[in-house]
Design a protein around this ligand. Structure first.
Ligand code: FAD
Length: 355
């Protein structure tokens, strides 16, 4: 049986420390171990029962309840003063079997996965990569949970793809403590999984676009999202380029997306007629403190996966953001005489407080 730890009279905070915010009870539910309950669906149903028990306890006390994920939201959107539930340990993920597919589904079975709410985006990426699949889009930092990410509509980093919630094709909600309160929700005309699947997770099926869209980006206010069904695609590679281009060309492209007729051209990224191809990702870095005629832009082009691609790690090490400590070290090295003053200023943040 899944178990829940409870902290009474707690203080809850975001990762960025916007709080603390008082909350009466903090719950954290942990799945029954695989060794005791090997079937993923059995473990999924077992923990659903536990969430329903918590909801009953909460409604009996006439209090409010809110789920939260990695606490990465930049404000207190996830906060509730009564009871809050931390989903991190609810991280079942599974591929879909033939009999779980809806007979009229236009999705490919291999592309679909059932993902429990507490799975982090990075965890999902690693799991589906082993099945030869990629997420359609994600962000640069991928520590948010799937339920938190879709609930706030984040990470639209690929052109013409949308954000994380746009690759969700089914939602499993727990809206209360009773038998009928477990729901499997899909869009009306885009069925993915069968009614038999819904039955296996003790859910009643609703296929309705308006309800689906409302629950999808629900800001935590549309029931407990227990799991989602996501559509993935075949593994792909991204060729990345960073170039300086004229400011107005860069901004114009961001508005029109007309790469084909643009003077921004990368010789290796052209179509059969020699015209610039459309990138999968396009980003402008704007430094408001200089008057240069150019902006730095980053463009990524999607390629079919192959195994003999160049190792990206040495490049990534020089290309991506450094964490703050590394950056701080670099700045300090260039301003040697200021190190004691900097240390003094940051003393409270970098040294542990004495007990
Ligand atoms: C380092 C960093 C980088 C970021 N980069 C980007 C970026 O590039 N682009 C971007 O768009 N955003 C970005 N964000 C914002 C972040 O992606 C979002 O705030 C996201 O919602 C965080 O997910 P979470 O799991 O932390 O959710 P939380 O912050 O914990 O919760 C968010 C909302 O989801 C609800 N929720 C969570 N789980 C459930 C559930 N099981 N059922 C019902 N509701 C639930 C909560 O109640 C809350 O309303 C970044 C944040 C950080 C800290």
């Amino acid at each position: 049986m899944a178990t829940t730890s409870e902290q009474e009279g707690s203080k809850w905070n975001t990762v960025h420390f916007n709080g603390p915010f008082p909350t009466r009870i903090l719950y954290k539910t942990t799945l029954e171990p695989d060794s005791k309950l090997p079937s993923k669906i059995d473990r999924f149903n077992d923990v659903a029962k536990e969430i329903q028990r918590l909801l009953k306890e909460t409604t009996d006390a006439n209090e409010g309840f809110r789920a939260f994920g990695a606490r990465w939201s930049m404000n207190n959107v996830a906060h509730h003063k009564d009871r809050m539930h931390f989903n991190e340990n609810m991280n079942i993920k599974k591929s879909i079997s033939n009999d779980e597919m809806h007979p009229n589904s236009s999705f490919k079975k291999e592309d679909l996965f059932l993902i429990e709410c507490g799975n982090k985006i990075k965890e999902i990426t690693e799991f589906i990569k082993r099945e030869g699949k990629s997420l359609k889009t994600c962000g640069a930092s991928n520590g948010q949970t799937i339920a938190g990410a879709i609930s706030t509509g984040v990470h639209g980093s690929a052109l013409n793809v949308g954000s994380v919630q746009d690759f969700v094709v089914g939602i499993n909600l727990i809206i209360g403590p009773d038998k009928n309160d477990i729901i499997y929700l899909e869009r009306q005309n885009e069925p993915a999984l069968s009614d038999q699947f819904a039955l296996s997770i003790n859910a009643r099926v609703i296929r309705n676009d308006a309800l689906f869209n409302a629950a999808l980006v629900g800001l935590g206010g549309f029931g407990f999202i227990h799991g989602v069904v996501i559509e993935t695609e075949d593994l792909y590679l991204l060729n990345r380029y960073v170039r300086k281009i004229n400011k107005s060309v860069a901004l114009d492209l961001a508005v029109t997306m007309n790469f084909k007729d643009s003077e921004f051209k990368i010789d290796a990224e052209v179509d059969a007629n020699g015209k610039p191809s459309n990138p999968y990702h396009y980003k402008i870095f704007i430094n408001p403190y200089n008057d240069n005629a150019d902006y730095v832009v980053e463009a990524m082009y999607k390629k079919k996966f192959r195994t003999d691609y160049p190792d990206p790690i040495p490049r990534i090490q020089t290309a991506l953001y450094k964490d703050l400590i590394v950056l701080f070290g670099k700045i300090a090295a260039q301003h040697k005489n200021n190190i004691p003053r900097l240390i003094k200023l940051l003393e409270k943040d970098i040294l542990p407080s004495v007990d």
